[in-house]
Design a protein. Structure first.
Length: 318
């Protein structure tokens, strides 16, 4: 298992390096001058020229990219052009808020999507199945930011049960949890539809297997048949889509943090893009991409725990 994990980690290096290259090129192709944005429109040409030289922005792109890669391998994501603070510190200070939102969104999507998919498959062709398909269709069609605005309007502005914006008081866990509810539900409902559909499809395939019919013939309760026998064997596609959903929810957290004014890396990224703060944009994107790759790695490794046949196949390849 240790060799397998090491091999998977090594295999992620080209992906992360590709993200480095893509983000660096895209960021530097964005129209606008970061030095002008930093100094303001009243800056003289001499000030702009000297600042660009001091920041190394007048070097060729190849030289700038080489310097940036060297910094990243040393654990340094650079310095913000606007705040002049280390990017690593800025990202790490806001990352817990974004991670908590993404994880809460995944929990919402799983806690609603998986039972909904199981019920739909167990009542195939019935009213519950139709209602579940209708709910997932609406969930897939409705944008997450629209769901967030509706929830905020109803539960924050109209009923006053939950805060409409912010991340809560840093020292008050109850306040933090209350501020997390609406964005997490809005984010999770957007991902719930896909989880429910995959769960339903995977369960339908498994419920037709011989061992499920055998368990029913032996008199096992339907709950035991569905949960103990069918769900575990249908879990690999579900786990896969949940892992991919986590990456999508990380991206969706950028939008949701803007809607609810949460102090996460999403708002940091949006502000950095607007101000042409290259190091911050690159740093946030690299951290989010790395998290996505690591989550996929964990999902890949979980296959061997869910299905011993997968573990044997991995051992055979080694």
């Amino acid at each position: 298992m240790a060799r397998l994990i090491l091999g998977r980690l090594v295999a992620t290096i080209p992906t992360i390096f590709g993200v480095l290259v893509a983000v660096f090129l895209i960021v530097h192709l964005i129209p606008g001058d970061p030095v002008t944005a930093m100094l303001g429109d009243t800056a003289t040409r001499e000030q702009i020229t000297s600042t660009r030289a001091a920041l190394g922005l007048d070097d060729p792109l190849v030289v700038q990219f080489g310097s940036y890669v060297a910094q990243v391998f040393q654990g340094d994501l650079g310095t913000s052009l606007m705040s002049r603070q280390p990017v690593t510190e800025q990202v790490m200070a806001r990352l817990p808020s974004t991670l908590s939102l993404a994880i809460a969104g995944v929990l919402v999507s799983v806690l609603i999507g998986v039972p909904l998919g199981i019920l739909a498959s167990a009542r195939r062709g019935g009213k519950i199945d139709f209602a579940a398909l209708l709910a997932t269709t609406v969930g897939e069609a409705a944008p997450s930011f629209w769901i967030g605005l509706i929830l905020s309007s109803v539960f924050a502005l109209t009923l006053g049960w939950l805060p409409a914006t912010g991340g809560g008081d840093p020292g008050d866990q109850v306040s933090i949890l209350r501020a997390l509810v609406l964005p997490a539900v809005a984010l999770g409902l957007a991902g719930m539809a896909l989880v429910a559909r995959i769960t339903r499809s995977s369960m339908l395939e498994v419920l037709d297997e011989d061992y499920v019919r055998t368990a029913r013939a032996k008199g096992a309760r339907e709950f035991v048949v569905v949960v103990k026998h069918a769900l575990r064997n249908a879990a690999i596609p579900i786990v896969t889509v949940v892992g991919l959903n986590f990456g999508a929810l990380l991206g969706g957290a950028v939008v949701m943090e803007t809607v609810f004014a949460r102090p996460g890396v999403g708002t940091l990224l949006v502000n950095a893009i607007l101000s042409r703060d290259y190091p911050v944009v690159q740093g946030v994107t690299l951290v989010v991409a790395t998290l996505f790759v690591l989550v996929n790695l964990l999902v890949d490794l979980s296959y061997s725990l869910l299905d011993p046949r997968v573990k044997n196949q991995m051992a055979g390849r080694r």
